[in-house]
Design a protein. Structure first.
Length: 436
């Protein structure tokens, strides 16, 4: 466990998704504490004081989002846990849903109390099967135990939680697209303002937070904001669940305390690179976060300040380690194929731009590329910047420009020689996994 665990405070066992075991480990005590000793505003104050930042990708301060909700304005308010987890390389929310679903439920109940929410939703990626079954079973257990659907601890507060399953659209993970999808419409993102905390689901004040973000709330209330802030760094309090894949010996989900040395994480906790290869590049937080070179990573610590300074971001915590011998041109091709496929088509620069970029990279990889194609990819990326309703077009553009900036020589080589610098197939793969 790299650093101090928060979400894993309850040790994970094969059956830790069960209510009986969750309660035996102190589960639902934070809910009782919040409802019996705190006013809703006190809960928000505690969450704000913890300094926790969102874990869905944009690192927005949770307290600042919650503070917009006027609990006593007489309107219905909604809470949505974002469990869409569509960002390639990211599989950490799934870990929470499968292994600690009651932590999310308890945290959502506390959050609903703070925000005056009667009806809360979990919007879940349609492809998730076990996470859905685990969370649905946990919700049923929580109803049977009287935590859901009933007034709690002598207060007027009661909450229902419903799971809404998506239908496999990446853009439905964007907070406003997600709400439009819950409303039963095509999940197009919406322009802001108005902010979702002013006009969200059914035009009512709504908080959308990532699953991991919300799952921290029970811990913050249980231990108090001050103790929470002692974990991590001043600017990045707490921990991050990192899902690491790619060419490391031990891929998986790890909880990392912010400020933890990145090299220690990759070379000790994750067992180093497959076959002892050099780290060529790192995508730190889902493919929307700019790629770093192995050299960029040398002295980094795992926190927002350090990664921002290096020109990237922690993003969604979905880390992809790339070993020497990997063709970055073909890697970008895979990414552009994804974005082209997932563009919802609402905004012209993204709908057309992703298609153009995908066709250009296909042309390069098929040996038909022209040198001008490289700058054309940059120009199309720039044209997406700030011209679309949601952040997908921007992010795809930044990531593409990042690949070219760091590995331009490989793109030039591919075009000149009509083949990859690294031959016909990715060299690091199954054979080395077998050796590891
Ligand atoms: C195209 C796109 C896809 C997104 N997908 C997700 C997702 O799957 N899960 C998630 O939590 N946030 C996703 N986001 C970010 C959400 O819009 C939003 O910022 C987040 O859910 C807020 O939660 P947080 O403040 O707790 O981070 C996505 C954003 C974009 C632009």
């Amino acid at each position: 466990m790299p650093g101090t665990p928060l979400l894993m405070t309850f040790p994970v066992t094969a059956t830790s998704h069960l209510l009986s075991e969750f309660r035996a480990r102190g589960g639902y005590a934070a809910l009782e504490k919040a409802l019996t000793t705190m006013q809703p505003g006190d809960v928000t104050k505690e969450v704000t004081a913890s300094g926790i930042l969102g874990h869905g990708g944009a690192a927005f301060p949770v307290g600042r989002k919650w503070a917009v909700i006027k609990v006593a304005d007489g309107q219905p308010h909604y809470l949505c846990a974002n469990a869409d987890e569509g960002e390639p390389g990211t599989f950490k929310d799934r870990w929470v849903l499968e292994n600690n679903p009651h932590l999310l439920i308890e945290s959502m109940l506390i959050s609903s109390y703070a925000l005056g929410v009667r009806n809360a939703f979990v919007y879940m990626r349609g492809e998730f099967d076990l996470p859905y079954r685990r969370l649905q079973a946990a919700i049923e257990e929580a109803y049977d135990a009287g935590y859901l659907g009933r007034k709690l601890y002598g207060t007027e507060h009661a909450t229902d939680i419903v799971i809404i399953r998506g239908a496999g659209s990446y853009v439905c993970g964007e907070a406003s697209g997600l709400l439009t999808s819950i409303e039963g419409k095509k999940g197009y993102p919406r322009n802001r303002p108005p902010r979702l905390t002013v006009k969200g689901l059914y035009q009512r004040p709504t908080v959308v937070n990532n699953v991991e973000t919300l799952s921290n709330v029970a811990g913050i209330i249980r231990m108090g904001a001050e103790a929470f802030r002692k974990v991590g760094t001043a600017k990045s309090p707490g921990t991050q669940l990192v899902s690491i894949s790619g060419h490391v010996v031990k891929p998986g989900v790890y909880e990392i305390e912010h400020g933890y040395p990145l090299s220690k994480f990759i070379y000790e906790d994750c067992g180093g690179m497959l076959g002892g290869r050099k780290l060529k590049g790192l995508i730190p937080g889902g493919i929307s976060a700019k790629v770093l070179t192995g050299d960029d990573c040398k002295d980094l610590t795992y926190d927002h300040g350090s990664f921002d300074k290096a020109g990237s971001a922690l993003g969604s915590g979905g880390m992809i380690a790339i070993a020497e011998g990997t063709c970055m041109v073909r890697l970008l091709q895979v990414m552009l194929r994804f974005w082209h496929h997932e563009s919802c088509g609402q905004c012209t620069p993204c709908r057309e731009g992703m298609g153009w970029m995908h066709r250009i990279i296909d042309r390069i990889v098929s040996g038909q590329g022209r040198m001008a194609d490289i700058d054309q990819l940059i120009a199309i990326s720039d044209a997406n910047d700030g011209t679309t309703v949601c952040g997908m077009g921007d992010a795809a553009g930044y990531a593409t420009v990042g690949f070219i900036a760091k590995f331009r020589d490989e793109f030039e080589y591919f075009i000149q020689h009509k083949r990859s610098k690294y031959g016909g197939v990715l060299e690091v793969g199954a054979a080395e996994v077998a050796h590891a």
